[in-house]
Design a protein around this ligand. Sequence first.
Ligand code: C2E
Ligand code: MG
Ligand code: MG
Length: 287
Amino acid sequence: MWTTCSTARALHGGDYNPDQWEKGRLAADIVSHLPLALQSGEVEVWYQPQVNYDAGKVTGVEALCRWDHDKLGWLLPSEFIPVLEESGLIYDLDRFVWEKVCQDLRRWNERGKRLSASVNLARNDILKDDNIAGHLYDLVKSHGLSPDQLRVEITETAYVEDPALLIATTMKLRELGFAVEMDDFGSGYSSLHMLKEVPVDRIKLDMNFLTGTGDPEKGRAVVSKMIELVSLLGMDMIAEGVETVEQAHFLQERGCSEMQGYYFYKPMPVSDFEAVLEKGDFAVKRG
Ligand code: C2E
Ligand code: MG
Ligand code: MG
């Protein structure tokens, strides 16, 4: 630490902020090590099952990456995704994730377990590749998959930041047969305008909406009406971040049966998920 601080002083003169310095070092470790990490198996694709609470079945998965960094240990996406987004390297990570997801979907198809998988698409992926929809199409085809097995998640924030580009990309993806989802709806400054403008197949409602600050009764009223509204607009809905049986029952009663959250399953390595598939143990907790 002393060496680090003195190096910082030497490099930047007397004024430096140790927190900033540590952040910068972390970012450098992440950025410089990514290419090797993608090759060496440090970065893994984990899966979190999505369930239909009415049917008591697993209906899909979301692919979420994890990084067991050589020097820093296990890193969560919240630690490295923003750094990769800022440095423009997110596209390298995401291409790795999409390739792995397609390999896994194909293997599951061959075992008679046809699932759909949600993958996250960052705004910078679209800025980096102006034919991202074509890239994903070629990828699924090269693995013998149908595009409807891949759901593409785009955060509500990305739509707010760059609506024209994101809407054009969404339309292209859907034309090619992909399902598109608006991720994290309700986690930020959600806008009803977005629901009208953005042509997605499914809205992913963040349950922070219920658990965050504010009057919980009012929160429930808003979620109820949101479910009705989304259905009226002809879109599907999935609730994410479902942690309790009470939340699951509430959502089901209000007509939203697709759910994802720790109450059902946490994200898990592919081998654990395949063990679930092999056992045919698709029954979900019913409270
Ligand atoms: P997201 O796409 O909204 O993914 C859902 C996040 O919520 C995941 O966090 C998941 O582990 C967490 N989660 C699931 N169920 C619950 C629950 O019941 N309670 C709570 N509190 N959390 C729950 P994770 O894996 O840390 O990922 C965070 C974010 O990082 C993701 O949010 C996504 O935006 C991004 N991300 C993750 N993997 C990738 C990736 O491969 N590519 C890109 N571009 N972004 C990724
Ligand atoms: Mg997501
Ligand atoms: Mg989300």
